[in-house]
Structures are given as C-alpha cells and as structure tokens.
Ligand binder design. Structure first.
Ligand code: F6P
Length: 328
C-alpha cells in the first residue's frame, strides 16, 4: 500500500473544454466527502512549476457546474518538458505536501503525468477533457457533447442564409487531427458532405457529390470540413476550386473557430465530468495511479495512461455510412 493520501492537487491543462469546471467541482467535493484536502493548481504544469496553488473547499466551487472554461485556467508548458522543470514541479508538490494529482486534459496532459510518474513515482489520475474526443479509452471526452451542440446550432443558422441565397457553404470545425466533431455535427446538421482526415474523399468525389446534390434538386448545400482534413486544400481554396469547376455554385466559407470551446456545458458533459471526477479521487484513495478514467458503454472504466496516450480512438465507420446515405 502506498503513502496515505491526505492532499490531492487538481489541474486543467491543454485546450480548455466546457465541463472542465464540473470536473474540478467533482474532484474538490469528493475530496471534502472523503476528508481529504484539495489544492487547485492554476495554469496546468506551468502553474505547478511556479507553485501557483490555491486551497479549494466544497464551497469554493459553488455555481461552477454550469460555467464554461476553467476556473483554474490552463496553459501549455514548454518548461515542464525539461527535467529541470519537472524537478521544480516535484519540489513544489513536496513543499505544499500534495500527495497526488488529478490531471484534466488531453494526450499532452497525460504524457506529462506519465513521465512524472516514471521519474518521481508521483501518483496521478487523468480525466479526458478536450472537445476533440480523440482520446483512447473513452467514448466521450468532457466538452465533446457541448461542442457538437454549439456546432450544430451554428450550422443551422448558416443553413438559413445558404438556402435563402441558394449557396454552398464550406464550414470548418475544430478537432485538431481528428474528425469526430466534423462527422457527428455533420450528420446532426444534415450536411450534404463531410470531410474528415480519417477518410480521404478526394476532390473528384467531392465534385461528383455536389453535382449529384444539384441534380437531385438541392438549391443549397453545407459541407462540413474538419480542420485536420487531408484533401489538400483549405476551406478557402476548396471554395475557389468548386467555383472554378462548378460555376453553377455560389460558394461561401465559415470558420467556426474558438467559439466551439466555449459555452455552458451540456447536461451530458456535466454528468460525465461529475462521474469521472468522483472516480478519480476514489482511485487515488484506493492507492491506484497512472490511469485515465473514461466512459465505455455508459460504465466508468480505467485505462493505463500510456495506453490512453499511445492508443487511437477509432472513428465510427457506421456513422460514415449513415452520412453517405443521408446525403442522397
Ligand atoms: O484541442 C482542442 C483544440 O480546440 C483543437 O480542436 C484545436 O485545433 C486547438 O485546440 C486550437 O489550439 P489553440 O487554442 O492553442 O489555438
């Protein structure tokens, strides 16, 4: 049995995601429930190196479950990539008598936790928090559901003007190198075509699909493009390419950008964050470490951090087929 855990640190790291505050709240309140102190670490690993800590009680997280963003701020830390930086971080934890950490973030965050465990055997549990949903070991990351709803709402608005002007819109969405946001929001918003890095549609097939839409009597179309798509042209170049090859189309572009990261988290994300936050504290108190908590078949399950980092969350091919059929 490892050292008794009396104080747990919690941080958010990497791109922020709606629901991170709900996860922080769950960690803090689970610590209170189990009579364990909790320390908030500001700005991820950079704040850890600088000792930027704040004691957190159950009352400090009142009225946060519904707030987007993260009350602990987040940042990316080049210094933590260095051995000296990690040594400073470890000393800060020792000085503050922190016994374990909960890391809320994505792959980069978990890699930091993994290396920190290898070098200092410091216990930590990862909670998958990113709108990209590109984490192995969970069907949903915190923030993904909220981002989908934000994107679908935006595309519904774009469709109003597209149909009023008989236009084709290319809508770029986030997701880094993954197509989860594009695929799910594309199906959910009834997009005529969805371009994702996991499936190379190719320019010819795109033109064919758009011609077929026109022939079937569609007067306007929406094409959702994942920012990491590999078709070889960005959305502005795609718009020019289509106007050059299909002059019957009037084309416009909308890049949704960072609005996808904001907003009050959906109920699904709040519940997911609460379940994962409680489980992460219970695992640490049970002497476990170096794991990520995730949701699979609506059950909380753990994955070794190194597997979570090295594994790849596969795109749902059945959803791709649905998308093809729906765009007839
Ligand atoms: O990982 C979340 C994410 O929003 C990605 O979808 C996007 O590519 C990236 O962060 C943007 O990073 P930044 O906020 O540093 O511009």
């Amino acid at each position: 049995m490892g050292k008794k855990i009396k104080k747990i640190g919690v941080m958010t790291s990497g791109g922020d995601a709606p629901g991170m505050n709900a996860a922080i709240r769950a960690v803090v309140r689970a610590c209170s429930y189990y009579n364990v102190e909790c320390v908030g670490i500001y700005r991820g690993f950079q704040g850890l190196i600088e000792g930027d800590f704040v004691a957190l009680t159950a009352r400090n997280v009142n009225n946060t479950i519904n707030r987007g963003g993260t009350i602990l701020k987040t940042a990316r830390s080049e210094e933590f990539r260095t051995k000296e930086g990690r040594e400073k971080a470890f000393k800060q934890l020792q000085n503050a008598k922190v016994d374990a950490m909960v890391l809320i973030g994505g792959d980069g965050t978990f890699t930091g936790g993994m290396i920190f465990y290898e070098e200092y055997k410091f216990p930590s549990i990862g909670i998958p928090g990113t709108i990209d949903n590109d984490i192995f070991g969970t069907t949903s990351t915190i923030g993904f559901d909220t981002a989908l709803n934000t994107v679908v709402e935006a595309i519904d608005k774009i469709r109003d003007t597209a149909s009023s002007h008989n236009r084709l819109f290319f809508v770029e969405v986030m997701g880094r190198d993954a197509g989860f946001i594009a695929l799910n929001s594309g199906v959910g918003s009834g997009a005529e075509e969805i371009l994702i890095p996991e499936e190379d549609l190719g320019l010819d097939r795109l033109l064919e699909s758009l011609k077929r839409s026109k022939r079937s009597g569609k007067s306007s179309s929406i094409v959702v493009v994942a920012e990491g798509d590999k078709i070889g042209k960005n959305v502005f170049e795609l718009a020019n390419y289509v106007e050059e090859n299909l002059p019957e189309y009037e084309v416009r572009v909308s890049v949704l950008g960072h609005m996808q990261r904001g907003g009050s988290p959906s109920c699904f994300d709040r519940v997911l964050a609460s379940r994962l936050g409680v489980k992460s504290v219970e695992l640490l108190l049970d002497g476990k470490s170096n794991l990520m908590v995730g949701l699979v078949n609506n059950k909380i399950q753990t994955t070794d951090l190194d597997k979570a980092v090295k594994g790849q969350h596969q795109i749902n091919k059945e959803l791709l087929r649905v998308s093809d059929i729906m765009s007839i």
